[in-house]
Design a protein around this ligand. Structure first.
Ligand code: PEP
Ligand code: MG
Length: 601
């Protein structure tokens, strides 16, 4: 998790007439890819033409408008069909509201009337009318109706693009392999994208722990984030290299650069082959110290990658994505199907399901969660679930039903104190009693844990340990909260230091508190995926590391090359240091001494 202050881009002459340009960002998903840029942000508002027309041209303008509406309707239907096939009809229904906008005769008639009266081109009239409608909905004091405003804006964008003959950009519509270049990629967009066609990501904002970064690692595609304004600088269809190992995006690469990457590809293929041999071997040091290595997943479809990378279990199953891109809430049966499928595919290996963790950088429109002023400090995760017991209990009941198989565990996110654990456990108990009453079987000894990611929970871990069966330290949040550094803000990413002595001390005290009360302690934040940091976590006594599947083979390679005594020595040295960078450097140096050939980090 290398953090560094932003660096300026540089450019030099490439062999063709174009200039090779290099942009520096934050490497968040390993590997590199060479391909065509696909710009997701297709904001055409600044390019909308504005011209007068003669009365004779009015029918032509109206015909253009009707054609754009027909084309837009066809595009939306196509997206709907694709999403229905990929994710189910309930996810596709979200677009019904978009179709209603296109069929809204009041809006259409008003546009036509204004074109006839004002004698200006239809793009300008249409944008005026649709903005007026969107604003009306924006002001309504009803969440559902306010949502119509974003439907109108979304559809209007498509209609304007079609009027202007611009290609409409949508991640579910890709027909050739591309590298997505964007300001950011929303969770709802990643959930609908055509995964085989997206070969890499390059985004303006973000950090190693932002949603886009986590998603890229889950998809196993190279990604660089925090590139500032790269999406404004790169043109669609430009040839680019996204180097997720070094954190570079190279635009119009020269012949020499392409040759260099060609050679690296050969080396990388050999390396991956070598790593694959470690798949079924444990993460055990030369002197016999073993640590469990688990994987993080976002969806049931991620399980094959967990298995192919040799994870011993799933240490974090994020369940938020299940709630995205739909108008209604997932039913208990839908939850159950997903959890049971994952549990069955992994059986008898354990799977830790995390209960709903919305908020922060993961918003779900139908849950009526307002965007707080400080989303990461707001109404998120367990706070939301405890306030909405009817929504929470549906998930709890589905988890319990799926637990009958015997290999499920569950944990609560964002616990800040004992009251929340007790409250959540009370609700769990009510659901258990209801299951017993209805003869529904479940695993009565299913472990229930707490994520430790809020400083107040970390500092009182000794009190919380008595209430749960395990701790899972969410370092992504724990670091941002303890250092007051927003985890998705690329401008301050250089301050986000997993090796800050405050963070290491907190982790040590959580581990000690857990062990004192005989519960196991894992880490499921991204800190677990970087070898140098994973060594520190191992030295701090963590029992399990759970990270992106792609990171697992390299972790095994490092641990299997070392002795535990070296890791203990490392800890003795770094816990006396005061400079986060020096601590990071010292841990990295030890990794390099044993495994100088790491290619991902
Ligand atoms: C964390 O905070 O470390 C964590 C694993 O949870 P998330 O990244 O989903 O907030
Ligand atoms: Mg978290």
């Amino acid at each position: 998790m290398t953090t560094r202050p932003p660096r300026k881009s540089r450019s030099k002459k490439s062999d063709s007439k174009t200039l090779e340009e290099v942009y520096y960002g934050i490497p968040v998903s390993p590997g590199f890819v060479i391909g065509k840029a696909f710009k997701l942000d297709s904001d055409v508002s600044s390019e909308i033409p504005n011209y007068s027309i003669s009365p004779k041209q009015v029918p032509l303008e109206i015909a253009r408008f009707e054609a754009a509406l027909t084309k837009t309707r066809k595009q939306i239907k196509e997206i709907q069909n694709k999403i229905a096939v990929a994710m189910g009809t309930e996810h596709a229904e979200i677009f019904n509201a978009h179709l209603l906008v296109i069929e809204d005769r009041v809006l259409i008639e008003e546009v036509i009337k204004n074109v006839q009266e004002k004698l200006v081109n239809v793009e300008i009239i249409f944008i005026e009318v649709s903005n007026k409608y969107a604003q009306i909905f924006d002001k309504i004091d009803d969440e559902y109706l306010r949502e119509r405003s974003s439907d109108i804006k979304d559809v209007s964008r498509r209609i304007i693009q079609n009027l202007m003959g611009k290609e409409s950009k949508d991640l579910s519509q890709l027909d050739s392999e591309v590298i997505v270049v964007s300001y950011d990629i929303a969770p709802s967009e990643t959930a609908t994208m055509h995964k085989e066609k997206v070969a890499g990501f390059a985004t303006d904002i973000g950090s190693r722990t932002s949603h886009t970064a986590i998603m890229a690692r889950t998809l196993e595609i190279p990604a660089v984030v925090g590139l500032h304004d790269v999406s404004k600088k790169i043109k669609s269809d430009a040839t680019i290299i996204v180097d997720g190992n070094r954190g570079l995006v190279i635009v119009n690469p020269s012949k020499k650069t392409l040759e260099r990457y060609g050679k690296e590809k050969t080396r990388l293929d050999v390396y991956e082959e070598e790593l694959a041999q470690l798949r079924d071997l444990p993460a055990e040091t030369q002197d016999g110290y073993r640590i469990k290595i688990a994987a993080n997943i976002e969806m049931a479809e991620d399980v094959p990658s967990v298995i192919s990378h040799g994870a011993e279990e799933i240490g974090l199953y994020r369940t938020e994505f299940f709630y995205m891109n739909r108008r209604d809430l997932p039913t208990e049966d839908e939850h159950y199907e997903a959890y049971f499928t994952v549990a069955k595919k992994m059986y008898p290996k354990p799977v830790v399901i995390r209960t709903l963790d919305i908020g922060g950088d993961k918003f779900i429109s139908q849950l009526d969660v307002p965007q707080d002023m400080n989303p990461f400090l707001g109404w998120r995760a367990i706070r939301f679930c405890l306030a909405q017991p009817e929504i929470f209990k549906v998930q709890l009941r589905a988890i319990l039903r799926a637990s009958a198989l015997g290999n499920l565990k569950m944990m609560y996110p964002m616990i800040s104190g004992i009251g929340e654990i007790r409250h959540a456990n009370r609700l769990l108990e009510e659901v258990k009693q209801d299951c017993i009453k209805h003869g529904i079987s479940f695993d009565k000894s299913m472990e229930v844990g707490a994520m430790i990611e809020v400083p107040s929970a970390a500092i009182t871990a000794d009190l919380l340990a008595k209430e749960v069966d395990f701790f899972s330290i969410g370092t992504n949040d724990l670091i941002q909260y303890s250092m007051a550094v927003d985890r998705v803000n690329e401008k301050i990413a250089y301050l986000y230091k997993p090796t800050h002595p405050a963070v290491l001390r907190l982790i040590r005290s959580i581990v000690d508190a857990g062990h004192k009360h005989n519960i196991w302690v894992g880490v499921c934040g991204e800190m677990a995926s970087e070898p140098a940091l994973a060594l520190l976590l191992m030295g701090l006594g963590v029992d399990e590391l759970s990270c992106s599947s792609v990171a697992i083979p390299e972790l095994k390679k490092v641990f299997r090359s070392m002795r535990y005594t070296d890791i203990e020595n490392l800890l003795n040295i770094v816990m006396e240091m005061n400079d986060p960078d020096e601590i990071h450097y010292t841990a990295q140096k030890l990794v390099n001494e044993y495994v100088p050939t790491l290619m991902h980090f």
